[in-house]
Design a protein around this ligand. Structure first.
Ligand code: SF4
Ligand code: MG
Length: 335
């Protein structure tokens, strides 16, 4: 069946540095499908455009070009990329974002009732007694106690605050949740609890999640499929275990090689691939394959011809001229 969201040739450009006259191509032609009920991981180095893509999907940014084909609950389809604020309103309820930092994203002067209840109030979904009851229910859903609703964020730990942020995101029964580094600010033990919570909510609430993270081990634990971004483009998409076992894009191989194995004994001679050079300036992306300035396998063709994303196996795509020929190393079975 058709995906819940189909991103097509999406571009999000920002004005470059003052006087440069250039454009920062933060998202530079992304195609991606998010299926109903899945958790899709979105990985890549900082600056690769993954947060910008997430924010464009929730329409915090208006895309410069391209489409966001969203399947509505009634089965119809709408392109969110072109909608004005008024037409967007119902979809702003259905597509919600969870941010990284539970300290700065919660207003310290608001009680949990006000924080979690705000989307209900703003969208005139509930007020008074009904609002209280929904907030109590949401607190229970995320593993907090209803009697906490009259307290302020400072009374809670980082993990508890992230639960509050999740409760707030869930308030309007979203169909699609964009989690941007949602557990990255948390300690390892707390992180595991929040990951368990997200996995449970996923199953219980029939959620679809785009899970943006720079942490590959977390993505490997939580996600069904993974999309890898480099310099504003999606370079590879695959089911999680297939991606880790056998990457098909040289950038994915390099990214995986930088992850320490969970069990040191399994590290067994796999060397880290150190990429040469820095991430190129997104206001002046290299011609041809965006990865050619750092790719260990690059040949002259790579610097002139842009590789299209092609299906390299059922359900797998890679944007490399040699995706079918290269024998790349995976991250082994450790996790
Ligand atoms: Fe490397 Fe060329 Fe493939 Fe790009 S197209 S990833 S430069 S081999
Ligand atoms: Mg980011």
């Amino acid at each position: 069946d058709s995906p819940l969201l189909r991103v097509e040739d999406l571009q999000v450009h920002f004005p470059g540095r003052r006087g440069s006259g250039g454009l920062v191509r933060a998202v530079d032609g992304v195609g991606l499908e998010i299926h109903h009920g899945e958790t899709l991981g979105l990985v890549g180095e900082s600056g690769c455009g993954k947060s910008t893509l997430g924010r464009a999907i929730v329409r915090a940014y208006r895309p410069t070009a391209g489409q966001l084909h969203y399947r509505r609950a009634d089965g119809g389809e709408v392109d969110l990329a072109g909608l004005g604020e008024r037409a967007l309103r119902p979809y702003r309820q259905e597509i919600r974002m969870i941010f990284q930092d539970p300290f700065s994203s919660l207003n310290p002067r608001m009680t949990l009732r006000d924080i979690i209840g705000e989307p209900l109030k703003v969208n005139r979904v509930a007020r008074g007694r009904a609002l209280q009851e929904r907030v109590a229910e949401l607190l229970t859903t995320v593993g907090l106690r209803p009697e906490h609703m009259s307290r302020y964020p400072h009374a809670f730990s980082g993990g508890q605050r992230q639960r509050v942020a999740i409760a707030r995101a869930l308030a309007l029964h979203p169909r699609l949740v964009i989690a941007d580094e949602a557990v990255s600010a948390l300690d390892v033990s707390v992180r595991a609890q929040i990951l368990n919570l997200l996995a449970r909510l996923q199953a219980d609430l029939d959620l679809t999640t785009l899970f943006i993270s720079h942490d590959l081990s977390v993505v490997r634990q939580l996600c069904d499929r993974v999309a890898v971004m480099y310099l504003g483009r999606v370079v590879e998409v695959a089911p999680t275990e297939e991606l880790f076992a056998r990457p098909r894009h040289p950038y994915t191989e390099a990214l995986l090689s930088a992850v320490p194995a969970t069990h040191p004994s399994r590290r067994g001679g796999r060397d880290r691939i150190v990429l040469e050079g820095d991430l190129p300036d997104p206001s002046d992306p290299p011609p041809g394959c965006p990865f050619h300035t750092r790719c260990p396998y690059a040949v002259p063709r790579c610097s002139t011809e842009r590789p299209a994303a092609v299906e390299v196996a059922p359900g797998r795509t890679a944007a490399c001229h040699f995706a079918d020929e290269l024998h790349l190393r995976g991250a082994g079975q450790a996790a």
